[in-house]
Design a protein around this ligand. Structure first.
Ligand code: AMP
Ligand code: ZN
Length: 141
């Protein structure tokens, strides 16, 4: 896609530090290196975000991630954990609109990496959770 920085990386028009490549997927170092080894996994084909995936391609992209995760573990013996992050649309912090999965190795609790989930369990009961689940499941049946 024209004007897509990640399509330009796939086409070799912009350089990257390649980690893995096959016919469907490219993995390369994220320029921001939130932690050492921070890698992006992308489909070579332009897909804007999670909402736009064909099911098969989504499966094929994700199928590569455990292999890359295990390679990280081998390459970085100090790595003690791994966050996989996928931002979709600007409100959710997507800034490059070619789908990508961040693989962020974790070495310490203080890695300059913040991810907090607020627990609102006390605001819900079985009935309200049931209503929410029904809204979703009705769309999936
Ligand atoms: P997101 O905010 O989830 O859309 O993440 C986009 C990521 O792409 C950011 O972490 C950027 O550091 C990264 N990025 C942008 N341009 C490049 C580039 N030319 N090479 C490598 N990573 C890039
Ligand atoms: Zn693209």
């Amino acid at each position: 896609m024209e004007d897509c920085i990640f399509c330009k990386i796939v086409a070799g028009e912009i350089p990257c530090h390649k980690v893995y490549e096959d016919e469907l997927v490219l993995a390369f170092l994220d320029i921001s290196q939130v932690t050492p080894g921070h890698t992006l996994v992308i489909p070579k084909q332009h897909v804007t975000d999670i909402f736009a995936y064909e099911d098969d391609l989504a499966g094929q992209v994700f199928a590569r991630i455990p292999k890359i995760a295990r390679a990280m573990e081998q390459a970085f013996p100090d790595m003690k954990g791994l966050n996989i992050v996928n931002n979709n649309r600007p409100l959710a912090y997507q800034s490059v609109f070619h789908s990508h999965f961040h693989l962020i190795p974790r070495y310490h609790k203080e890695d300059g990496f913040g991810l907090t989930f607020t627990n609102h369990q006390a605001d819900y009961d079985a009935e309200s959770l049931g209503q929410i689940a029904s809204k979703l499941s009705n769309q999936l049946s």
